[in-house]
Write a protein that binds this ligand. Structure first.
Ligand SMILES: O=C(O)C(=O)Cc1ccccc1
Length: 377
């Protein structure tokens, strides 16, 4: 086997000197579910058609992760196997006629594939409306080993998430084990507390992985989507078991270069956002407060804040902030210059368009319709 050499040349990914793919701009951010893709059976057919065969679970995932795509189309890596929520989010954003959607075993493998230039884009879950941050993804953005220096957030896409309990067992009384992704367990706590007390819970890499395992184990069930039930030939023992009816997950679209230009025109309801990580000197009282005050002073509205342990020292943290504004504008650049003065380190992880306002307006519409309906009855 010849040694595989990757290098980056003016944003073209080259393999032994031959251009393989030039990143193609993705379609603009899309929102809410995948219903626009057609009937459930069409979606399932697309999922089957747009997937390459998942690698055996015994093969090292990191070797597979940075293998170049063999498709002539620009490729998009997602947390697989097929029928995961990440796959559904990727299908909502990337037309499978124009992009080759490729499953990866873990979220880390998606980052590895993007960083290596093996794919043009990656789709990873970032945060959930009921269960908060996806810590696996935040930990990869911490980039403690400096492995993902060229991996940036390029866009956002949203997915309405409705969980089901899937099994080949006739009823819950024959189920001894439930498999799922930790995020899915966290989004179904009420249902599990009321209906599945004492049943063992087993964390796996994705909900569709759980469905795949359960397809071969009659004493087990998976928390996954209705689409995963169809793909893996499982029965739906219970539907819509999520704690919150408007359960939504936000996914980041990753790419190996930042989206540098501030968009000249924005669609209705679109907002520019920037995501960054920073560290402060924990020995200085008020260091975090000083850094957050910069956003206030520059009139930049924060939309998300989270932290992960630095793993350098106990109780030392890396902070993540998302705010409204684009890093390619003078306002934001001045704020970042000021922020650098009170931070030990700062990394802009990407600027992108978001449709959140439109979604909020949509949910306000729903709320006012419910209120009007309440008055009328
Ligand atoms: O496990 C999956 O299917 C994923 O894509 C991760 C996830 C899990 C639960 C809700 C949303 C995304």
């Amino acid at each position: 086997m010849p040694e595989i050499m990757w290098k980056r040349d003016r944003n073209l990914v080259t393999y032994c000197g031959t251009p393989l793919s030039s990143p193609t701009p993705p379609p603009s951010a899309t929102t809410v579910g995948i219903s626009h893709l057609g009937t459930p059976s069409l979606i399932v057919r697309n999922m089957v058609a747009s997937s390459v065969t998942p690698v055996s679970q015994y093969q090292s995932s990191s070797i597979q992760a940075n293998m170049p795509s063999t498709s002539p189309l620009p490729s998009v890596a997602y947390l697989g196997p097929r029928s995961s929520y990440s796959h559904q989010a990727a299908l909502g954003r990337f037309d499978p006629a124009k992009y080759a959607l490729e499953p990866r075993t873990t979220i880390a493998d998606v980052f590895i594939a993007v960083q290596a230039g093996a794919v043009a884009y990656g789709v990873v879950p970032f945060e959930n409306s009921t269960n908060g941050s996806v810590v696996f993804t935040l930990d990869l953005f911490c980039d403690r080993a400096r492995s993902f220096r060229d991996t940036f957030v390029h866009g956002v896409t949203y997915l309405d998430v409705h969980h089901c309990l899937l099994s080949s067992a006739a009823s819950l009384s024959s189920v001894a084990r439930i498999y799922s992704h930790p995020q899915a367990f966290g989004q179904c706590e009420n249902w599990l507390g009321a209906n599945a007390r004492g049943i063992e819970r087993i964390d796996v890499s994705s909900t569709s992985k759980a469905a795949q395992i359960v397809a071969g184990d009659a004493g087990a069930a998976a928390i996954a989507s209705k689409i995963a039930a169809d793909v893996h030939g499982l029965k739906v023992l219970a539907a819509n078991i999520e704690d919150s009816a408007d359960n939504t997950t936000r996914f980041f679209v990753l790419a190996a270069q930042p989206e540098l230009k501030a968009p000249v025109s924005k669609g209705p309801g679109e907002t520019d956002k920037t995501f960054l990580s920073f560290t402060v000197d924990h020995k200085i009282p008020g260091a975090l407060c000083d850094s957050l005050k910069v956003f206030k002073d520059f009139g930049l509205n924060l939309t998300s804040i989270s932290s992960r342990p630095s793993r350098l020292l106990p109780w030392d943290y890396i902070f993540f902030v998302e705010f409204e504004g684009h890093s390619d504008t003078q306002d934001v650049q001045s704020a970042l210059d000021e922020l650098r003065k009170c931070c030990l380190s700062l990394r802009v992880l990407g600027s992108y368009k978001d449709h959140q306002r439109e979604r909020e307006e949509g949910s306000r519409d729903r709320e006012s319709k419910v209120a009007e309906n309440g008055k009328a009855s």
